[in-house]
Design a protein around this ligand. Structure first.
Ligand code: 13P
Length: 255
């Protein structure tokens, strides 16, 4: 393991799942987030916005960070139904996802929108987890690397550094399908992301930016995926809703 290797981060994206009663899952995570595991991996839970505040209050002391799933680019204003990064920070979030493929697909978010949201996150003192990834058609056409590099160039703000930016590579075709790229494919894309970060984040800091893999991460494949060069953690959807599975994924770092 190189000395430069950043502290791994395993984040759970609950998507549109979770009610007050789901606090039980957070409690189970807290109980099992042992000093040994804390030493090896950082945990982030991104519940729906309705639960951000109560989860942030409940997780004080456990060192499980709470993230939101989206934010508006502006600080405040007439944007009915939206939430600003400042509001999320006020509610206790320290992370926010930007540009998840479901936002890009269902809300037509473009790279420029994602960049504006990541800038808003930085303005509010949040760490942005900027998501990129190719569709099945793009992969089959051999465009994966070009697509991911273009998304990064369009989505990562100039003020990014290893403290306020995490990148998540999530191939769209791997999300919720049970399909995953091969370890070699993941290595190729993550190496290209690291290379692109050299230009976008700067030589001094680019090696410390965490690059997560996401898309059908399960306890059964976590160890193999997390061992890939330049994979510094996971962004987990479905499996993050089951405390034992999420912990087993994080446990891949216990070796
Ligand atoms: P799954 O882990 O359910 O495939 O979802 C991945 C994802 O979209 C996380 O943001």
């Amino acid at each position: 393991m190189s000395v430069d290797r950043p502290r791994p981060l395993v984040a759970g994206n609950w998507k549109m799942n979770g009610l007050k009663s789901s606090g039980e899952i957070l409690s189970a995570l807290q109980t099992s987030y042992t000093p040994g595991l804390k030493a090896k991996v950082e945990l982030v839970v991104c519940p729906p916005a309705t639960l951000v505040h109560s989860f942030a209050v409940a997780s004080v002391g456990s060192r499980i960070a709470i993230g939101a799933q989206d934010c508006h680019a502006k600080e405040s204003g007439a944007y009915t139904g939206d939430l600003s990064a400042e509001m999320l920070a006020d509610a206790g979030a320290t992370y926010v996802l930007a540009g998840h493929s479901e936002r890009r697909q269902y809300h037509k978010e473009k790279d420029a929108d994602v960049c504006a949201k990541a800038m808003a996150a930085h303005r509010a003192g949040l760490t942005a987890i900027v998501c990129v990834g190719e569709t099945r058609e793009e992969r089959e056409a051999g465009k994966t690397i070009a697509v991911v590099r273009k998304q990064l160039r369009g989505s990562i703000p100039v003020d990014s550094n290893s403290h306020n930016l995490v990148v998540a590579y999530e191939p769209v075709w791997a999300i919720g399908t049970g399909l995953t790229p091969t370890a070699a494919d993941v290595a190729e894309v993550h190496a290209a992301i690291r290379d692109e970060l050299k230009r976008l984040v700067g030589k001094a800091d680019h090696a410390k930016v965490r690059i997560l893999y996401g898309g059908s991460v399960k306890p059964s494949n976590a160890a193999e995926l997390m061992a890939v060069e330049n994979v510094n953690g996971a962004l987990v959807g479905g499996a993050s809703l089951v405390a034992a599975d999420f912990l087993a994924i994080a446990g891949a770092y216990l070796g």
